[in-house]
Design a protein around this ligand. Structure first.
Ligand code: XMP
Length: 560
């Protein structure tokens, strides 16, 4: 790529960041543009003191990640790995047990994924879940019936071996969630039935209090006692001590950062989003003024967002921050741009340009901090490797040619909820830690049609009211996102004795787990009424408010 020329930024039409937050997409692009390189060993960030881990062999179930989250909720570190992972990669984690996840395959299919041999050779406890149980059965000499009647939904689990360590603190009968086609027909030698349901005589099987198979899914909320079963497995069966806490993570990560960075210099983009906030705070704790944050105000942020972010990081935490008000630059570039993807591209390109200009002024920099989270790591591992992708975009842009930045990714082992806990433990304000996701291109994709200064002001006013009323009604945290959209529609209204011709504002509030799907929130009528009446009364230029009652799919969360 020609020096000084920016790489085209890929269209982001259906990119959904796992965090749903501004920083993932923004950072990844900065990393690509600045030639970021993956740290040599991803495992570096794992707490080394008294390491213990549960390894989930991921056979591709939609619930695999949920298993890892549940185990971590028990304060035990857990990682997901593909079935072909060699033992050498797992050994340094000091595994205390294995979980074989569910998956869509059938064990008799020609290329069905199976458990690697070391699972059985290491004599560590194993828990097979659904397909994982069928894998155990198949590999240990039992029989699985393919394509048996599909069992999906609730069932009642009855314990036949109440003394099993897996069942400690469990009632004799409890609801469980089933979702399987194939089924265990004959147990492998030396296994016994530990529990059954009406349709599954072998709902739980076990051998020697060390190897277990569950036909149902303990990780989903529809299995209310599932967490107790998983907890029993990690503590009573695997003998874990439970040292995965956020304060141990913070201490460990601070020493890792110190070690990795040495006397080097780090830059980080600050956006006000939780991931970038936690990354910056953690690194600042470790290396203080060796970190410089660049806060690019593209003029498309929500009302008071700039001040709030600046106050926390500059005034309260005393960080080294370069604040750039680039609003006019962005506005100029957005002039006449109507197509949503074109808006994204303009904002993305300009953002990197400003960031690069500022970074250049700092002089030599060694690291770019990035808010990569564990779900992003898993996602990129399941496609091409993240480092390979980053290198294909290797480009130093306007920066000195020798400036190749290493990536510093202190959150790459964490789930979003863990990032929030770390944020709270680091003393960040609750408001920042619980901030709803906000898209990188900001208000530009919430203004339908051309973005102008006047429209941004109108939208900021309406959006501020939505936020305010949602917070007052104590609904903010339950909602994935809630915001206003300025449509390109004008309609007739009447105010006092005057006819008005003003903008139509739409209100969007959705619930979601991961932004892949979302449902419109059934907001109480009185909340909607207050939002509507405040917007038309307090925001000049708006005379009508509608509420968006479409789910995703077929809609998307954002309007553009
Ligand atoms: P959609 O509209 O596709 O949004 O349902 C899913 C999630 O992604 C966020 N989003 C973006 N985030 N840059 C971002 O950083 C973008 O261009 C972008 N577009 C959508 C959106 O807010 C929602 O959380």
């Amino acid at each position: 790529m020609v020096k000084g020329k920016l790489k085209q930024i890929k269209s982001k039409s259906h990119r959904v960041t796992t965090s749903g937050d501004i920083e993932v997409s923004t950072y990844l692009e900065i990393a690509k543009e600045l030639g970021g390189e993956q740290p040599a060993a991803a495992k570096e960030a794992i707490p080394s003191a008294e390491r213990e881990a549960i390894i989930v062999i991921d056979f591709g179930s939609q619930y695999s990640m949920l298993i890892a989250r549940r185990i971590r909720e028990c304060q035990v570190y857990c990682e997901l790995v593909p079935p072909d992972t060699p033992w050498e990669k797992i050994a340094p984690l000091n595994p205390k047990g294995f979980i074989l996840s569910g998956g869509p395959a059938s064990v008799y299919e020609p290329n069905a994924p199976l458990a690697p041999a070391y699972i059985y050779e290491r004599h560590l406890p194993i828990l097979g879940i659904c397909y994982g149980m069928q894998v155990l059965t198949h590999q240990l000499g039992g029989q699985v019936t393919p394509g048996a009647k599909h069992e999906y939904g609730h069932a009642i689990l009855h314990l036949s071996e109440v003394d099993s360590p897996l069942f400690a603190d469990l009632p004799p009968s409890s609801p469980v969630w089933m979702s399987h086609g194939d089924k265990v027909e004959q147990l492998p030698p030396d296994f016994t039935v530990l529990a059954y349901t009406e349709n599954s005589p072998f709902a739980v099987m076990g051998r020697d209090g060390e190897i277990f198979g569950l036909q149902f899914h303990p990780e989903v909320i529809h299995t209310p006692e599932g967490k107790t079963i998983l907890k029993n497995f990690v503590y009573r069966v695997c003998g874990c001590r439970g040292n995965w806490t956020m304060s141990s993570f913070i201490n460990d990560s601070i020493s890792k950062i110190k070690q990795q960075v040495g006397k080097g210099k780090v830059i980080s983009a600050l956006s006000g989003g939780v991931d970038s906030a936690v990354v910056a705070t953690l690194i600042h704790r470790a290396i203080g003024d060796q970190l410089t944050c660049i806060f690019v105000n593209h003029g498309l942020l929500r009302r008071e967002e700039v001040e709030r972010t600046f106050n926390v990081f500059k005034l309260n935490l005393g960080m080294n921050i370069i604040y750039v008000d680039a609003s006019q630059r962005f506005l100029k570039r957005l002039k006449g741009v109507i197509d949503p993807e074109a808006k994204r591209k303009v904002v993305g390109e300009e953002f990197i340009r400003v960031f690069e200009e500022e970074a250049k002024k700092i002089g030599k920099v060694d690291f770019l901090a990035q808010g990569t989270l564990y779900p992003d790591v898993i996602e990129s591992a399941s496609t091409a490797s993240a480092s390979a992708k980053i290198k294909t975009h290797h480009n130093v842009g306007g920066l000195p040619a020798k400036m190749t930045l290493q990536l510093l990714e202190p959150l790459r082992d964490l789930f979003k909820d863990e990032v929030r806990q770390v944020g709270l433990a680091l003393g960040l304000p609750e408001e920042m830690v619980w901030r709803q996701p906000f898209p990188g291109p900001g208000l530009a994709i919430r203004i339908i049609g051309e973005v102008t200064e006047e429209k941004i002001e109108i939208l900021r006013g309406a959006d501020f009211i939505v936020m305010n009323e949602i917070k007052k009604a104590k609904l903010y945290r339950q909602l994935w996102q809630s915001f206003a959209i300025l449509t390109d529609v004008k309609s007739v209204g009447v105010m006092g004795d005057y006819r008005t011709y003003g903008y139509l504002v739409a209100v969007r509030a959705v619930t979601s787990d991961d932004a892949m799907t979302a449902d419109w929130s059934r907001l109480p009528y009185d909340v909607l009424a207050r939002i509507s009446s405040r917007i038309v009364n307090e925001v000049p230029g708006v005379n009508r408010v509608v509420y968006d009652i479409t789910s995703k799919p077929p809609s998307t969360i954002e309007w553009e």
